[in-house]
Design a protein around this ligand. Structure first.
Ligand SMILES: [Zn+2]
Length: 202
């Protein structure tokens, strides 16, 4: 099959897959929830290779929904669904970009920076190495992306200049742009690492 074929789920397909999840107890019966989940599915899934062959978006969705229906006792939400999906596949770059943009917008919209040390990035540079900041943002980042520091500290990744992180004249938008790039890479790499670790144990 041509690699461009079956790259995305169309809206009707996505809605059919999402509808099958209503078989699970605790799935919200609201039509809005269903269409939101369908949107999420079509944004997350994209055609890609796995196990030496090309999987269309349709095949991946089929695998995901079947797996959920046969192993979950109740609907536990989109986050565990994504976790299951990323145990095998990689979420689309579009979704990662969108999430990074939303994170940036949320950060830009916030009128105050809660942590003056890391400026809410969750990490600080010490002797050229990134470390977790002691603040709440650092703590939650550590829980959500345990591999994040490895990603930042990898020699191939050019370190963020210290003045961009701490300097009073730092350009917030340049910083945000760089942070967004890193977030995209970081999430993708953290999910890759989780998937590889999982593969290794099977
Ligand atoms: Zn901090």
């Amino acid at each position: 099959m041509n690699e461009q074929e079956g790259t995305h789920l169309d809206a009707a397909e996505a809605l059919k897959f999402a509808a099958r999840l209503t078989l699970l107890p605790k799935f919200s019966p609201h039509p809005e929830a269903l269409s939101a989940l369908a949107d999420y599915l079509s944004g997350m899934i994209h055609g890609q290779e796995w196990g030496g062959r090309w999987w269309t978006a349709h095949e991946q969705a089929e695998w995901l929904i079947e797996k959920i229906l046969s192993t979950w006792r109740f609907w536990s939400g989109p986050a565990p669904m994504r976790e299951l999906y990323t145990s095998r596949f990689r979420v689309s770059d579009e979704l990662l970009r969108e999430e990074a943009c939303q994170a940036e917008t949320a950060a830009t919209d916030a009128t105050a920076v809660a942590c003056g040390i890391c400026r809410d990035s969750g990490t600080v540079q010490h002797d050229g190495r990134f470390e977790w900041c002691a603040c709440g943002q650092g703590q939650s980042l550590r829980e959500q992306l345990p591999n994040w520091l490895d990603v930042l500290n990898r020699p191939a990744v050019h370190p963020l200049p210290a003045d961009r992180i701490r300097g009073p004249d730092a350009s917030q938008s340049a910083f945000n742009t760089e942070l967004r790039q890193r977030t995209i890479r970081g999430i993708a790499e953290a999910e890759d690492a989780r998937r590889k670790a999982k593969e290794a144990t099977h």
